[in-house]
Design a protein around this ligand. Structure first.
Ligand code: FNR
Length: 371
């Protein structure tokens, strides 16, 4: 039995801090550099607000939507979070089970601590989205995509913002390089140098570990032509994650994407970047409904999700909130967090006077400069 978990996001995080080893907590809670981008993500939410309408007769409501062929009960997804076995032994399996029970898609990270096939099985009849960190080696990319397709993953999320890892002082101070572990279990990796790097303890040689980690995530800048190659290797919907500028959204469209995710990786990559929510309206305007625009980075509550949707996001993702739930209660912990988000989203939108997403998308009842 899982003891009752906090509903309040700050208390949830504090509770997770008490149960997790310090390096695991820092891995989840930490951000790039000084943490300014993480703070900006939250501050951006404090600068916009809903202007509720009364007596709208919206007793019956429906937030369900179909996005890139995936039905969901509300426009909410669990973002890709790598190496979840650090937080709970069941890791990605627990997350997949909780998400599937609620019909919410959980995006599986390339850096999963369980194999693609195991997570697919755990997700049962639930939706399956797969996130790709582009490896240096085209054959490895092809193999990852073939496995994801064979395991029933329908939507590919290609993360653009992590071609090399951000400067994360909390991880560096602990000589703690979780991606090595996650990717090591997920990929039958053929590169002998990479395998040698895995065998070596990161604590022994931080420099070597960093080099090996970068070898996987390339550490090499790639361009839009590489995205074309991935596009050519994936028949289903492809979404790019990490867009923050209207012109990048335009480039993505020109390169044949089926959706974009406005995100700054939860403030884990570029320190001193703008809050992700501030980038959302410009991208929404520039995409102009041609493909779905999703959003993440900084959402902690259902009301935060409501504001991002009112600003034009077709769906939102969360990262840290469900990761803390996983740490505290495994599958039941993730289930608790997602249920709270869904319930608060409904309550907020109900009290603000909406009955469905079409009404919310047409709204002008969200204002800048508030409260
Ligand atoms: C992430 N994120 C991430 N993104 C991705 O594309 N692949 C990954 O493997 C990971 N791994 C990961 C681990 C941890 C511990 C965190 C907190 C985040 C980023 C994630 O998908 C999402 O963009 C952010 O978490 C959203 O910000 P919030 O909700 O955490 O503020």
């Amino acid at each position: 039995r899982v003891p009752a978990l906090p509903t309040d996001p700050a208390r949830l995080e504090a509770a997770a801090r008490r149960v997790l080893p310090a390096h695991a907590f820092d891995y989840v809670a930490g951000g790039a550099g000084s943490g300014a981008t993480m703070r900006a993500n939250r501050a951006a939410f404090d600068r916009v607000g809903l202007v509720p309408r009364m007596l709208r007769g919206n007793h019956v409501r429906d937030w369900s939507t179909r996005l890139l062929g995936t039905w969901m009960p509300a426009p909410l997804l669990l973002g890709p979070v790598g190496v979840q076995s650090l937080l709970h032994d069941d890791g990605e399996l627990a997350t997949a089970r909780a998400a599937a029970a609620l019909g919410v898609p959980a995006v599986l990270s390339t850096a999963s601590s369980h194999t693609t096939e195991e997570v697919a099985e755990a997700s049962g009849r639930g939706p399956r989205w797969y996130q790709l960190y582009r490896p240096t080696d085209d054959d490895v990319t092809a193999s990852l995509l073939a496995r994801a397709r064979a395991a029933g993953f329908t939507v590919l999320v290609v993360t653009l913002d992590t071609w090399t890892l951000g400067w994360r002082p909390r991880d560096l101070d602990r000589a703690y390089l979780p991606f090595l572990r996650g990717v090591g279990t997920a990929i039958p990796f053929s590169d002998p140098a990479f395998r040698a790097g895995l065998a070596r303890s990161p604590e022994e040689d931080l420099g070597a570990a960093v080099r090996h980690r970068q070898r996987l995530f390339t550490g090499t800048a790639w361009g839009w032509d590489r995205l074309d190659r991935i596009r050519a290797q994936w028949e289903g919907p492809l979404v790019v994650k990490g867009i923050q500028r209207a012109e990048d959204a335009q480039l993505a469209l020109r390169h044949g994407v089926d959706g974009v995710i406005v995100s700054n990786h939860g403030g884990r990559q570029v320190d001193r970047a703008i809050g992700a929510l501030s980038a959302l309206p410009g991208v929404v305007a520039s995409v102009a409904g041609r493909v779905p625009v999703l959003f993440d980075s900084g959402i902690r509550t259902g009301a935060d999700a409501a504001v991002a949707l009112a600003l034009g996001a077709d769906a939102v993702l969360v990262g840290r909130p469900f990761a803390f739930g996983l740490a505290l209660g495994g599958q039941a912990g993730v289930h608790h967090v997602v249920r709270c988000l869904l319930a608060e989203l409904d309550t907020t939108l109900a009290l603000a006077g909406y009955r469905d997403l079409a009404e919310l998308r047409a709204t002008e009842d969200v204002v800048a400069g508030a409260p």
